[in-house]
Ligand binder design. Structure first.
Ligand code: 3H9
Length: 655
């Protein structure tokens, strides 16, 4: 038998075991191994049924993504799966961990499926810019209702075993030992007769053309320029309108075409970039400090979000506010966030209660005396933060890690407010902190390897993507964002309007444009930031006054009902504001610009070139360790479209 697939036979049942750590990704050797296993099973007439199972932590997690850049080598997965369907005996897939992509397609080719209760099943190919390439779109709608098939294939989101049972994707959920129950199922199946192969069954539903047109409209709008979700829908459509063999061929051709696309290359790059964000060399082999007990200073949106994120990861959290009333409000805010997770089905009632039992809000720093790590999330003001750090220096254990959640301020200066600067790091969370995946780990000059290693360990515990950043104004993300935001204001002075800039960014694939984002976040913090260097700004430096003029009028964004846009009666979507246009035209006139129209491409060229120039400076100065770290930051913190791979990837940079 070819490694990594083995066959053992007991009491007439073949146990076919795949073992390809870490996630049983499908390699050429595995495809050959499965094909050989089918031949072995078919040749041995003492075998009455087969159970397909995987060693290690998971069922097959999909095709080996590393093979996608190379020409496909036979045997091809679709042929392997047809061989299973055509086997002399019935095959049962015994699924634990995750059955994803080609892994789920493998399970769909079996004659029955049983899963462990915690198993997850999905077709995430769209997230890699692909559609399933081994019959997933053909077999799936022959087992589940069309809407369920569309949801799985076009979002790529996996479903839990219980839901899979409900939809018909699997036949059973194991109550005890998965493999034993799979063998029992195989024996039963052998007695009652092998069911018809899934691809031979009729589709569960064949919706009309109107249905498909409406679905395509919705999915295209949601995809924001990413091709694969619409392609996946079209593959499903073909799977119920074409003869099955033609549907298989059409799906495969679509998969191969997309595999070579720029979007697939970008998404593949992102997949590995997210898993390979850089760590400083000196943390290699350094043990992080314990992380059971955390402290958070400040119970505003950021502080409460950080506390909730920690609680959701099983940590114990003491939050400190200035007064008892503020502490009570913080308690409410954290409770509200956890309750939101409960309402969305992400947390059971018991888990929410247990998380709240690990939380306490206080009005005294003394509550932080036994903490392993403390994150301050107070207002963005150096004097205030220095005060907080000197208090932390007083009350915390000498070995506790002290972190600041600043977005812009000098972490070296904050570290110097403590007697042990080596334990101070920056932990820049993004709002909402319990949802956003990115965590910039800011490294002040004095930070010890152990403090940095603990920052990375915290990111892992909170299931965040850590990116190491050096100290500078805005670190990686906000520094690059400030640069292109400035450029956007210059574009306004030269002829465009905020709604045109935002529309260009949305066309490029952003969910929101820069002006709508500023209105949502509030314009006042950035205004305060701009005032800091105002006195020392060189007289010849180009500076747009438009945003300042808006702030001076009290147009601080959505929360004040007016910002770059007007928000009537608390509406979430803004409308173009004549008062803003007037200010822009006045500024153009004052500066002597003859306003000219901008196309969406011209706007994006300007934004991208400034973004890329600043990103190159960030890399050259060593603020980011590698180009892909910058891309991960811009995609996960600033809405850069993932299917374009990030600004550095778009500019042709590779690590
Ligand atoms: C597909 O199947 C196409 C078919 O329709 C058609 C075929 C013809 N390949 O994420 P982790 C590596 S498309 C290669 O840290 P976790 C990963 O890089 C594929 N490598 O673990 C990492 O390596 P390292 C559809 C892979 O427990 C290590 O495994 N499938 C693959 O947090 C551990 O990964 C997917 O899109 C792969 N497919 O999460 C599933 N998967 O240790 C993609 C993982 O060197 N995978 N690696 O850094 C996942 O979603 C997660 O890895 C998984 C485990 C949930 C499985």
């Amino acid at each position: 038998m070819t490694f990594p697939v083995t066959v053992t036979v007991e009491n007439g049942i073949a146990l076919v075991t795949i073992d390809n750590p870490p996630v049983n990704a499908i390699s050429q050797a595995m495809r050959q191994g499965i094909l050989d296993a089918v031949a072995t099973v078919d040749a041995d007439t003492s075998i009455e049924a087969a159970v397909l199972t995987c060693a290690g932590r998971t069922f097959v997690a999909g095709a080996d993504i590393r093979e996608f850049g190379k020409p496909p080598e036979p045997p091809h997965l679709p042929d392997v799966l047809l061989a299973i369907e055509a086997s002399r005996v019935g095959w049962i897939a015994a699924i634990h961990g995750t059955a994803l992509g080609g892994g789920l397609e493998l399970a769909l080719a079996c004659h029955g499926r049983i899963a462990a209760p915690e198993a997850k099943l999905g077709l995430p190919e769209v997230t890699l810019g692909l559609v399933p390439g081994a019959g997933g779109t053909v077999r799936l709608p022959r087992l589940v209702a069309m809407q369920d098939a569309i949801d799985m294939v076009t979002t790529g989101k996996p479903v839990a075993a219980a839901k899979a049972l409900e939809t018909g994707l699997i036949d059973r959920v194991a109550k005890g030992n998965l493999v034993e129950e799979a063998i029992a199922y195989a024996v039963e199946m052998n007695r009652s007769g092998k069911p018809e192969a899934v691809s031979k069954r009729p589709p569960r539903e064949t919706p009309d053309d109107v249905f498909w047109r409406e679905q395509e409209k919705t999915i295209a709008a949601r995809a924001r320029g990413q091709d694969s979700p619409v392609e996946a829908l079209q593959a499903l459509h073909g799977s119920v309108t074409l003869p099955v063999d033609k549907a298989f061929d059409a799906e495969r051709a679509r998969f191969l075409r997309l595999r070579d696309s720029h979007q697939a290359a970008a998404l593949r790059y992102m997949f590995f970039a997210e898993r390979n964000t850089g760590r400083p060399r000196e943390t290699e082999g350094v043990d992080p400090q314990p992380l059971g007990k955390a402290g958070v200073i400040g119970g505003g949106t950021m502080g409460a979000g950080i506390a909730a994120s920690m609680l959701l990861s099983g940590m114990e959290v003491a939050l400190v506010e200035q007064t008892a009333e503020a502490a009570a409000k913080a308690n409410e805010r954290v409770d509200g966030i956890l309750d939101g997770s409960r309402k969305r089905g992400l947390l059971s009632d018991e888990a929410r209660d247990a998380a709240m039992a690990r939380f306490a809000a206080h009005d005294t720093y003394d509550a932080l005396a036994d903490r392993d790590i403390v994150v301050e999330a107070v207002f963005e003001d150096m004097d205030l933060k220095r005060e907080v750090f000197s208090e932390l220096n007083r009350v915390c254990r000498a070995d506790a890690i002290l972190a600041t959640n600043t977005s812009y301020l000098d972490v070296d200066e904050l570290a110097s407010a403590t007697s042990v600067p080596s334990r101070v790091i920056g932990l820049h969370f993004f709002s909402p902190a319990h949802i956003m995946k990115l965590l910039e780990i800011v490294r002040p000059h004095a930070a010890s390897p152990s403090a940095l290693a603990t920052g990375f360990a915290l990111a892992k515990k909170l299931k965040k993507i850590p990116v190491l950043a050096g100290v500078c104004d805005g670190f990686i993300g906000n520094r690059i964002m400030s640069a292109y935001r400035r450029e956007c204001d210059f574009i306004l002075e030269e002829g465009a309007l905020p709604q045109e800039v935002d529309a260009a960014m949305r066309d490029y694939g952003y969910a929101m444009g820069i002006y709508a984002v500023q209105d949502m976040a509030g314009l006042d913090i950035a205004w305060a930031m701009r005032k800091r260097p105002a006195a020392t700004r060189p007289a010849d430096e180009r500076y747009s006054r438009i945003a300042d003029r808006l702030c001076e009028l009290g147009r601080h964004g959505r929360k004040t009902g007016a910002g770059w846009y007007a928000y009537q009666d608390g509406a979430k979507a803004g409308r173009p504001a004549p008062a803003v246009e007037e200010i822009i035209l006045e500024e153009s006139a004052r500066l002597g610009y003859e306003r000219k129209p901008f196309t969406a491409d011209e706007i994006m060229d300007r934004i991208l070139s400034v973004m890329q120039a600043e990103a190159r400076a960030v890399l050259d100065e060593g603020i980011a360790l590698k180009a892909s770290d910058i891309d991960v930051t811009m995609v996960h913190g600033f809405g850069f479209p993932r299917h374009r791979g990030g600004p550095m990837f778009a500019a042709g940079y590779r690590d």
